[in-house]
Write a protein that binds this ligand. Structure first.
Ligand code: ITT
Length: 197
C-alpha cells in the first residue's frame, strides 16, 4: 500500500518514514508529495490539532494520486494554559525557527515551578479531498531550562522524558518512536489500515 504524506517539516518526514517502517512491517510505503514546496500552503484556521490535521490532509490530497496523510502537532505546556499548542510552529512569530521558539519558551517559563508539558499529534488521512480518518497521540514530559542534545527537531532538546532520563534531543529517532506522540497516532492509523486489507 502506498501512502502520500504532506509536510514541509523535514524532521517530521524522517519520523514518518521510520515509524511507518516500524509499525507497517514493510506493507506500507510512504512517499512525500514531491512538489509540496511549489504548492501554496493552506491557512491553518482550525481550533484543534484534529481540525488542522484534517484541513491539511484534505487540501493536499487534491494534489496526490492516492491516499495522503498530514500531521498537526505541537507542545502543550500546563503553566501556559496549553500554549503554544496549535501555534507551536509559529510561537515566536510567523517565520520563527526552532531556536527562537525554544528561546521564547525558556523566557515564558522562567521561574515557573510547574514544568509539565505534553507533545500532541493528530494525523489525518484523506483521499481526493475527503477525510477518511483522524488519529491522536500524546506523550507526557517536562520542560527543562537548558537545551540538551542535537537529535530530533523543534522542542525536542527541551522536552525531558522521565523514563529515558533524557530529553528527546538526546535520544535516537529509533528510541523516540517507541514512545512519541507521532508514533502513537500513526500506529493507530496503520493498525486500522492493515485491518481493512
Ligand atoms: P507542516 O505543517 O508542513 O507539517 P509544521 O512544522 O508547520 O509543518 P505544525 O504546524 O504541525 O507543522 O507545527 C508543529 C510544530 O510543533 C513543529 O514545528 C515543532 O516546533 C513542534 N513539534 C511537533 N512535533 C514535535 C516533535 O516530535 N519534536 C519537537 N517538536 C515538535
Amino acid at each position: 500500500m502506498k501512502l502520500y504524506c504532506a509536510t514541509t517539516n523535514l524532521g517530521k518526514l524522517r519520523e514518518f518514514r521510520l515509524i511507518v517502517n516500524h509499525f507497517g512491517g514493510g506493507r506500507i510505503e510512504v512517499e512525500s508529495l514531491d512538489n509540496i514546496k511549489q504548492i501554496e500552503p493552506p491557512e491553518e484556521t482550525g481550533a484543534t490539532f484534529e481540525e488542522n490535521a484534517a484541513l491539511k490532509a484534505v487540501y493536499y490530497s487534491q494534489f496526490a494520486p492516492g491516499p495522503l496523510f498530514a500531521d498537526d502537532s505541537g507542545l502543550a505546556v500546563d503553566a501556559l494554559d496549553g500554549a503554544p499548542g496549535i501555534y507551536s510552529a509559529r510561537f515566536a512569530g510567523e517565520h520563527a525557527g526552532d531556536a527562537a521558539n525554544n528561546q521564547l519558551l525558556f523566557e515564558k517559563l522562567r521561574g515557573a515551578e510547574n514544568r509539565k508539558a505534553r507533545f500532541v499529534c493528530a494525523i489525518s488521512l484523506a483521499q481526493a479531498g475527503s477525510v477518511t480518518g483522524v488519529w491522536r497521540g500524546e506523550v507526557e514530559g517536562r520542560i527543562i531550562d537548558d537545551l540538551r542534545g542535537s537529535e530530533g527537531f523543534g522542542y525536542d532538546p527541551l522536552f525531558y522524558f522521565e523514563p529515558f532520563g533524557a530529553t528527546f534531543g538526546q535520544v535516537t529517532a529509533e528510541r523516540k518512536l517507541l514512545v512519541s506522540h507521532r508514533s502513537k497516532a500513526l500506529e493507530l492509523m496503520i493498525a486500522q489500515l492493515l485491518a481493512l486489507q
